[in-house]
Design a protein around this ligand. Structure first.
Ligand SMILES: Cc1cc2nc3c(=O)[nH]c(=O)nc-3n(C[C@H](O)[C@H](O)[C@H](O)COP(=O)(O)OP(=O)(O)OC[C@H]3O[C@@H](n4cnc5c(N)ncnc54)[C@H](O)[C@@H]3O)c2cc1C
Length: 407
């Protein structure tokens, strides 16, 4: 009886997809979720709108996965972003494409993504059990079932671990899968926050908290002066430091508690010479004004006092008295505003967890453990993580699909 029985632990995107796919091919599937509703993290994705994938091509998907992207070729090949969009269409959810190829439900509601997955599972009669998986039972090197926190044992020859990472633990992702896998001999590569804001002691940041900068270029230097990340896009100043898309992406390349120098180019579209000409034009236009009142065309209002102060040009100096050397100092500052970075925010605040079950011990063609027969993995519990843009959910859906169809 246990032969066709599959137990999936974790009712997030990876687990729901895996459960539905396994059931569709005739397995008797039980999905165990500890929360009283499915997909709690999924509900808060994309600020409640759920950026469920990205329409880039296969190479683009892999390029946006800085850690172990190649491990996912099979999964994306088997069930890629176009398949995912078609899948949701089939289950009653139309999607739309936004800036950067990001795909969202047309309704802008992540709850509708969860509802589509629930329809899929219900159609193929996945049995959903509220409870907490405590232990994976094995006989020799073969899965035998799952023990729940209430002591109940569910016998099964196949178990899929889809318990997610350990960020945003209030959503239920508390790292249980790492413990299950480690107890069965799997290597867990060190866990660290990824896609997480950065902390800074730089004093002037407090004056501009809440300010968003669009179209800036950033470079992050390590203590040896080497560039460890560069990017272009949007960032945000906060009460503790910096955040926003380019900062979250940079965080993937930084180590916790190492010090870095973030350099912001506020005018990346202009060469230093073009910027100098632009400053000359602005200063001619505002020739009768004081320096501090002459930057309104160039900078967001909140940033002006900061730049005026850092430029070390007297704020009340009449614009026509500003020297060439002062103007060049200002130009250099606009192309290289420096922020000190002292650490990443904690893992509990990270969009995803980096590290996890080592992919060297998982068969990429099936998602089955190479150590324990009948044990499968899906989603963020594995040592894979991607940039923002819908790639992390595509990983969850593709690996869930592959694990479910390999059961
Ligand atoms: C604020 C935020 C916004 C995000 N926005 C996006 C976005 O727009 N696009 C994108 O691609 N990615 C986004 N992500 C990342 C994405 O949500 C995750 O990568 C994805 O949810 C991982 O899916 P998963 O199924 O592997 O794990 P999870 O979604 O974490 O699901 C795991 C499930 O397992 C359950 N569980 C855990 N342990 C047990 C146990 N012992 N027994 C029973 N159940 C258990 C949990 O309760 C949970 O429901 C966002 C993340 C956050 C935090």
């Amino acid at each position: 009886m246990t032969k066709d029985r599959v137990v999936v632990i974790g009712g997030g995107p990876a687990g729901m997809m895996a459960a539905g796919v396994a059931a569709r091919q005739g397995r008797s599937v039980t999905l165990i979720e500890k929360n009283n509703r499915l997909g709690r993290k999924l509900l808060i994705t994309g600020k409640g709108r759920c950026n469920l994938t990205n329409i880039t091509d296969l190479e683009g998907l892999i390029a946006n996965i800085p850690v172990n992207g190649k491990f996912l070729y099979h999964a994306f090949h088997r069930f890629g972003n176009r398949d995912l969009i078609a899948f949701f269409q089939e289950w009653g959810l139309s999607t739309k494409v936004e800036r950067g190829g990001r795909v969202f439900p047309v309704t802008d509601r992540s709850a509708h993504v969860v509802a589509a997955l629930e329809r899929f599972m219900s159609r193929y009669r996945v049995q959903i059990t509220q409870g907490e998986g405590k232990e994976i039972l094995v006989t020799g090197a073969q899965v035998a079932g799952v023990k729940l926190d209430n002591g109940e044992q569910i016998p099964a020859e196949r178990v899929i671990i889809a318990t997610g990472g350990c960020s945003y633990p209030a959503t239920g992702s508390t790292g249980d899968g790492y413990r299950f896998a480690a107890a069965l001999g799997h290597t867990i590569t060190p866990l660290k926050p990824a896609l997480v804001p950065l902390e800074s002691p730089t004093a002037w940041l407090r004056e501009v908290q809440g300010l968003t900068l669009k179209n800036v270029a950033i470079k992050v230097f390590n203590q040896e002066g080497k560039v460890v990340y560069s990017d272009f896009g949007e960032m945000l100043f906060t009460h503790f430091g910096v955040s926003g898309p380019v900062i979250l992406s940079a965080s993937v390349h930084l180590e916790q508690d190492h010090h870095y120098r973030l350099v912001i180019d506020l005018k990346p579209a202009l060469t230093p010479e073009q910027l100098d000409l632009r400053l000359q034009r602005d200063f001619t236009k505002h020739i009768r004004k004081a320096f501090r009142n002459a930057l309104g065309d160039l900078l967001p209002r909140a940033l002006i006092p900061v730049v005026v102060n850092l430029a070390t040009i007297p704020p009340d100096k009449p614009v026509h008295q500003i020297t060439k050397a002062e103007r060049q100092r200002l130009a250099a500052l606009l192309k290289g505003l420096e922020v000190e970075i002292t650490s990443l925010r904690p893992i509990t605040e990270a969009i995803v967890t980096a590290g996890g079950v080592s992919v060297k011990e998982i068969n990429p063609a099936t998602m089955e453990s190479k150590l324990v027969k009948g044990l499968f993995f899906a989603g963020e519990v594995m040592d894979v993580n991607a940039y923002t843009g819908g790639f992390n959910l595509q990983i969850a859906f593709s690996t869930g699909y592959l694990a479910g169809s390999s059961c």
